[in-house]
Design a protein around this ligand. Structure first.
Ligand code: NDP
Length: 257
């Protein structure tokens, strides 16, 4: 059980499945002492199920609030924190995890809608959420206090054929994260990025248009990470003492090239 995380108010985007869902469960398991978890995604029914599972597992020590939120919609994000119950409005930790990939087409063939959805979600969505959380974090102490933890990807460090737009979006996340970490150096707001390699989630199959055999082919010779592997990493970096910032972390399954 982590004392450092006790009593924190944590927002997780994309908490309805995969890494985000596991991260919510891991925070609750590790720090069930007065934690406030705000779980966000578009699928509200799934979020409510996650909230129920957490309550069943850890009891009433954790307050869980499922909120329907599409990060790509600036109006929704703008209204998000002001419309929370008062006791949830002071955000300590934001996990910017929501993200998606659409299609695996070569750059010349990617359709305009897919480009827009990937960019609006992975880049604008993450920036929108960061601005909203910063407003809340800046009200704490003299210079502000809190943690912003961004889920990037190995795809932001190296491109792969068929993934140009997704890779570019994750590279944007990477440089945005680096820039704001430097901007906020004089404050008590930490900015961190975790870049996973292959993780088996809904994402793994969706990106091949639902074709599981194609998804499995990518994992040949590799046992992919589980969402829990990344969830444990998120909770680890959030739990470091205040003078430590894990600015940048690449987490691979062994044998991934
Ligand atoms: P999942 O598809 O399981 O989860 C993605 C989550 O993002 C879902 O909860 C989804 O919820 C949410 N989401 C998507 N679009 C939006 C939106 N517009 N607004 C709010 N929430 C949204 O995939 P992962 O868990 O694998 O992905 C999580 C993150 O990890 C992503 O950023 C992904 O790019 C990154 N990543 C994944 C890797 C992998 O191999 N799986 C490797 C490297 C990075 P809902 O549909 O309910 O809105």
């Amino acid at each position: 059980m982590s004392k450092r995380l006790s009593g924190k108010t944590i927002v997780i985007t994309g908490a309805s499945s995969g890494i985000g869902r596991s991260t919510a469960v891991e925070f609750a398991r590790t720090s069930p002492d007065n934690l406030k978890l705000i779980l966000t995604a578009r699928r509200i029914d799934t979020l409510k199920q996650v909230a129920e599972e957490i309550k069943k597992e850890v009891g009433d020590g954790v307050k869980v609030l499922p909120i329907q939120l599409d990060v790509s919609q600036p109006d929704q994000v703008r209204n998000f924190i002001p419309s929370l119950p008062q006791e949830f409005q002071q955000i300590d930790i934001l996990v910017n995890n929501a993200g998606l990939v659409k299609g695996v087409d070569k750059a010349g063939d990617v359709n305009e809608d897919d480009i827009r959805v990937m960019w609006d979600t992975n880049v604008h969505g993450l920036i929108n959420m960061t601005q909203a959380a910063l407003q809340s974090m800046r009200t704490r102490g003299e210079s502000g206090q809190g943690d912003i933890i961004n889920i990037g990807s190995i795809a932001g460090r190296e491109g792969y054929p068929g993934g140009s737009i997704y890779c570019a979006s994750k590279a944007a996340v990477r440089t945005f994260t680096d820039a704001i970490r430097r901007e906020l150096i004089a404050t008590r707001i930490r900015v961190m990025e975790i870049d996973p390699g292959q993780v088996e989630t809904e994402f793994s199959v969706v990106r091949f248009g639902g074709d599981k055999s194609k998804a499995d082919a990518v994992y040949k010779g590799v046992t992919p990470l589980t969402p829990e592997d990344i969830a444990e990493t998120v909770v680890f970096v959030a739990g470091r003492p205040e003078n430590v910032v894990v600015a940048d972390m690449l987490v691979f399954p062994n044998h991934q090239a």
